[in-house]
Design a protein around this ligand. Structure first.
Ligand code: MN
Length: 156
């Protein structure tokens, strides 16, 4: 069992491939869709579009959403683990203020990550500078597999 609260990143091959970043808070998963996925390079800031909150149970979902349903396509648990809110306020307050900083303890992503709101539902997601920052690799290319099943999105 994983300590709480948790974060999860689901690689989702829907109409277009993206990564859903979700943070547990008050029994829901606050969610963003990140078309280019996470990076370990602090110089790379990727668009993250806030989407609907998901139920906490969704953090364990890996499989195929059938044709005709919303988000149809394969969903793979790309990373998951506990996280810590680095601000001294509830995540909901940070969400309203448009600045979220968290410490991730995933299998792939570790250390500080930030989400900064730019406009409406648009945010920027990026690695903070710490000992886990690495500008010499592309983690979504290097580590495509599920942390649960070991499968790639094509193998689901
Ligand atoms: Mn999605």
């Amino acid at each position: 069992m994983i300590e709480k609260p948790i974060f999860v990143i689901q690689k989702h091959n829907a109409r277009s491939l993206h990564y859903d970043f979700r943070l547990e808070s008050n029994e829901v998963l606050i969610s963003w869709a990140i078309p280019k996925g996470p990076s370990t390079n602090p110089a790379i800031k990727h668009l993250a579009i806030q989407t609907e909150d998901h139920s906490l149970e969704y953090a364990t979902f890996e499989g195929i959403i059938p044709e005709g349903e919303y988000g149809a396509g394969a969903v793979l648990i790309w990373d998951r683990g506990p996280y810590k809110n680095l601000k001294n306020q509830p995540i909901e307050t940070c969400l309203k203020d448009g600045i979220i900083t968290v410490w991730l303890e995933g299998k792939k992503l570790k250390g500080g990550y930030a989400l900064i709101k730019t406009d409406k539902r648009n945010w920027l997601f990026f690695k903070m500078k710490d000992q886990f920052a690495n500008s010499d690799r592309d983690i979504v290319i290097d580590e495509p597999r599920s942390v649960i099943s070991g499968k790639t999105i094509e193998e689901l």
